[in-house]
Design a protein around this ligand. Structure first.
Ligand code: NAD
Ligand code: MG
Length: 383
């Protein structure tokens, strides 16, 4: 039996993870389950999986959580410090599935325990970069990528030497506006942006897929997970989302990982690694698929990948600033306060100001994040 904690248990990745745990209930002991504020949904999961502890990040929701867990032995806790404490209980596997930089401190607390971290929370790695990868080395933790592209690359690298990699190619679906004109994209609504053609995901990452900032964040994520050099990481649009990414070697061999657009596949790969486990996926039917197509990304209509590449090249605080400005702008867009195209515009404007010095600790990353959010919000209120 292995122990598991899920940070962000009530979200889309959290639900996919718990679906796998549910299918092999006897194999897992559930330590911590966390959520932002949905106490009832969290309590229901904690009861179902007999979790040791349930934590709401929003402390105001703790009384509701206590009430919903009444009559059980499950501990209830609330607030950011409790979230970090729960992550530091050290499960064999911690699934980092909180959305945004809000997941950084608890993910770092889990890394410090030295277990396996199944990382979905790409914003944390984008913001903390070297601070996080150094902590992984220092504490002997194992970082397993849940993000489907990075999980594909991780699988394609197995048994090979990173020195032999000629190129890593991240595939991108292109999002719901892939075929839209520039003028039409200007009119995109939150409802249209979250309706992803291939994947069923949380609201924030769905908007990121629509702007292509998701691929920009993934470019930076790949740079930290697979240190081949930025010039060796490419992006190709592949609307069917069947090939999840590829690794090309210096002898001319390209390895690809294929599968359904269902996060349970990469999550299962992390949960069972280095072995394999059953998932309820139908066999891949290439004949039914018929054809797989590829296009070059269009950075005129979707400037976010360029912004992310530039931030990665600049290094230091730039990726954390990019991420924070994007989080603020996406929240404003989802709240109906700004137009879709102002998301990338805001990121570009925040990045064009003087950048703070490179953050060297978790606290410094969080300070850069706070400051960049404040700048973005300042700009957005000028509208
Ligand atoms: P989601 O919005 O469905 O769920 C987010 C989870 O985080 C929820 O449990 C929520 O309660 C919690 N949360 C939100 N704000 C919080 C805060 N301030 N403090 C503490 N907890 C908070 O998101 P998701 O789609 O599951 O994505 C989670 C992460 O995984 C994101 O970083 C996303 O980029 C990444 N990811 C998701 C998918 C996918 O298919 N959904 C694929 C690849 C990567
Ligand atoms: Mg992805």
């Amino acid at each position: 039996m292995r122990s598991i904690s899920i940070l962000g248990a009530t979200g889309s990745v959290g639900a996919s993870t718990l679906d796998l745990v549910r299918r092999d209930r006897g194999a897992w002991r559930v330590v911590a389950l966390t959520a932002n504020g949905n106490a009832d949904a969290l309590a229901a999961l904690a009861r179902e999986f007999s979790a040791e502890i349930a934590v709401v990040a929003d402390e105001a929701r703790l009384p509701a959580l206590r009430e919903a867990l009444g009559g059980t032995q499950i501990e209830a806790a609330g607030g950011p410090a409790a979230l970090i404490d729960a992550a530091a209980r050290g499960a064999d596997v911690t699934v980092a599935a909180i959305v945004g930089c809000a997941g950084l401190a608890p993910t770092m607390a889990a890394i410090e325990q030295g277990g396996s971290i199944a990382l979905a929370n790409k914003e944390a790695l984008v913001s903390a970069g070297e601070v996080m990868t150094a902590a992984v080395v220092k504490h002997g933790a194992t970082l397993l990528p849940v993000d489907s592209e990075h999980n594909a690359i991780f699988q394609c690298l197995a048994g090979n030497r990173i020195e032999d990699v000629r190129r890593i190619t991240l595939t991108a679906s292109g999002g719901p506006f892939r075929t839209w004109s520039r003028e039409r994209i200007e009119t995109a609504t939150p409802g249209q942006a979250v309706a992803h053609p291939n994947w069923d995901m949380g609201a924030k990452i769905s908007v990121d897929s629509a702007t292509m900032m998701n691929k920009g964040l993934e470019f930076i994520e790949a740079h930290h997970l697979f240190p081949v050099g930025l010039e060796k990481i490419a992006i190709v649009v592949h609307p069917q989302s069947v090939i999840h990414s590829m690794v090309e070697y210096r002898d001319g061999s390209t390895l690809a990982q294929l599968g359904p657009s269902d996060m349970r596949v990469p999550i299962a790969s992390c949960l069972a690694w280095p072995r394999r486990m059953e998932t309820p996926m139908a066999p891949l039917d290439l004949v039914a698929l018929g054809s797989l197509t590829f296009e070059a990304p269009d950075e005129t209509r979707f400037p976010a990948t360029r912004l992310a590449r530039e931030a990665a090249q600049a290094g230091g605080a730039a990726p954390a600033v990019l991420n924070a400005a994007n989080e603020s702008a996406v929240a404003a867009f989802l709240a109906g306060k700004i137009a879709f195209t102002r998301i990338a515009l805001t990121v570009e404007r925040v990045l064009s100001r003087d950048l703070p010095p490179p953050p060297a600790s978790l606290d410094e990353v969080l300070a850069v994040d706070r400051e960049a959010r404040a700048r973005a919000e300042e700009l957005l209120e000028l509208a």
